[in-house]
Design a protein around this ligand. Sequence first.
Ligand code: HEM
Length: 443
Amino acid sequence: MEGGDLELGNLWGFANALQLTVTILLGLIILRACRTWHLQGSRSIPSKGSFGWPIIGETVGVISCNSSYPFDSWLADHTKRFGTMFKSHLFMKPSIILMKPDELKYFFDDPDKGLDSGAPWALKQIFGAKSVLAMNGNEHTKMHKLLADSLMIPELRKKLPEMDRLMLQSISKWGGNTVEVLDALQDMLLKFMTLNFFGIPWEDKLGAQIVSLLFPALLGITSIPVYFPGTTFYKAVQARRQLNALLMPIIGALRSSETTEILKYAKLERFPYQNLLEHEAETDAVRKKKEESGDTAFSISDLKELKYTTQVYHEVLRITNITPGASRTATKDLTFNGYVMPKGWRLLAVLSPLHKDPEHFPEPSKFDPDRFLMPPNPKTYLPFGRGNRTCVGRDITKLLVVSTLYHICSRFTWKIVSEDKGMYYFPVVRLAGKYELAFSPRS
Ligand code: HEM
């Protein structure tokens, strides 16, 4: 080929690429304009907010939140521009974000009976339409009650000795070692859930297999639903399939009790340890009392004595917002605060602005367990939501966290070994780096 032909070919290639780019850009602009017109023109929705880009909306902005630009900053930027209760387009759906106490009350209490679970498509793929998170109406009420009953204090009282045994078995190996604490606690919780929901001891081969599949499956709940090898969603679907194969025979046998939902996991965060070290008198007193009585196992009545540890627990939940919020779908046009929230739109309740409102929690970024010297106010502290979809795991979470902290504090002193690398916010709130503590047995 002659040099001139080559240049001409290059030019044509460039012109084609340019034409294609311009066409795509124009298409995107028109699409965006059409959608905005359609959504804004037809109904009285909150006029404040932004739909972002076509199809993806503002999703990328949310999922790329990290330590230097946390989800709180994304929310703060939006509220500064639009006020509270603004619209957005997230995870393929037009959405309305709610955060003020009256907005959250409307969301959780659903006085107009117009809100469905709003379970994302990814969740239904992984946990099925018959998961409590996806169910609605009477079916949901029944399942919620079954689960809640199996996880409330009277039932937990029976399960506590086994929980305690598991905890001590794991913690007893920590003295003199450096431990990745979050992984160790997560493993403990998954093992306990395997025992609690399926009656399978984690020491069994089957128990160990289930434990190893639960976490990847749970991670998929909030993943981007791209079914391609390597993605979180793909791994979650695969894990769910394997869990199905393992669990179907057992579920068949357990069907009468129907308590076969496995859902969330609780995490201890990095904040409490230093504060607890400074308040060792409390755990010491409880331990001494128990040793004198000859019964060292943790009991429900110990919760009352561990007041400071419980304050720490509340403050961790307030400041970390491990579950950032909740989601619903409007099943009809709803009117609230003068706005129509159209049928089919997603409503997202976010909890962090409430838990970090200086009016209710002065100096909100400061970790200060003494805020909870008095029991938390249910209007301004909602880490487990409220209403008919309130968290069924709240009692077990408190019991697990407070008793684990008690066991750790009464046995060890520790030093933080790993460097603080901040937080990730998607697909779940978690530490960006390892969280290793070096434990020494207490004298
Ligand atoms: C720190 C730990 C936890 C936090 C902050 C948390 C938070 C929440 C929140 C805010 C909701 C309400 C969602 C909504 O209104 O749609 C919820 C629901 C739920 N949680 Fe938790 N949770 C935690 C641990 C657990 C644990 C350990 C379990 C199970 C053992 C669990 C099981 C559930 C279930 C089944 C629901 C759905 C209830 C329903 O839709 O009827 N959670 N959780």
